[in-house]
Design a protein around this ligand. Sequence first.
Ligand code: SAH
Length: 345
Amino acid sequence: MTNSQPIRLDHFMAAANAAYYGQKNPFADFITAPEISQMFGELIAAWVIAVIHAMPGDSAITLVEAGPGQGTLMADMLRVIRQAAPDIYQNCSVIFVETSERLRQIQKQAIAYHTDISVRWYASIDSIPSQPMILVANEFLDALPIRQFVKVSSGEWAEHYVYQGQLFQKQVADLPKAPIFQRPVKDGDIVEVCEAGQDIIKNVAQRIYKDGGAALFIDYGYASPVWGDTLQAIAGGKKVSPFIDPGEADLTAHVDFLALKEIVIATGARAYGIQTQGEFLKQLGLLVRAKMLAARATEIEQKQIAEAVYRLIDPSEMGDLFKVMAIMHPDLPIPPAFELNKEIK
Ligand code: SAH
């Protein structure tokens, strides 16, 4: 991918990530929570089961996963749902939202064991048919393209474009509507806006409000408004320049959860969180689950379990940086692991 003209940062990031996820193996470059331990998917399955049991009626439910990677989270969830809630298992179907054809094949393999479950793929959330759904998305929002704005002098803003492997600034006339522009910003500050993520959250919240269900978004990012450049590129486990070799590295940015939460509330759906991953997993019983697994494990496996717990919840690892937000239909009760973290109205 080369650009002969300056290209706006979000357009550059969208094209670079489409090439990256289409051709590369992302899991050679980074490791995500479901790949660290099966406990992650098992606990999320427990959350999903509790939410479905609180829903009215026992009609069919669609489990949707956005950006499923290797399909590990869904595979771990389906295993638990089949064992612990056969009533739900018999009535559920799966939708994967995935753009990469290569990853779709891997996802198909990951849940091939569940021959009795219907699985469909869509390229975007807005193309899914209307129906009650439980949506989960881990490390999906961070891969969506961002725009970056720089405060240049009083009242004036510039926007970041990419040209010949470098960033440069162009004057902007119209800023997008985003709450972050209402906050005090100094000259030189960078403000990031993820319009793609905001559109997706709005679409999901509107669907949940209209059709019923819930969604759980887990990602790294902020629970309060923050500015600064969070764009990063990882290739081969190392940070590289985001602009030199587009398609060779995974481009991500921190998620502004507060902006997303405000969007959810405006639709009439409920937003819960923003909770840290550490608290979320502990409240779902990670430590108890780890103990149970360790009780029947070898010494080496016990070490691996302890290491996984540390990576998932320690504040110096994923515990604090990763945040969790739930979107719920207003008739549903406060979901598990958010009881201490009531919605802000
Ligand atoms: N959830 C997985 C993978 C995270 S990697 C895990 O936790 O391991 C990001 C995932 O989002 C990949 O599956 C990638 O192909 C997908 N993705 C990235 N941008 C996307 C987009 N615009 N639409 C749909 N899927 C996208």
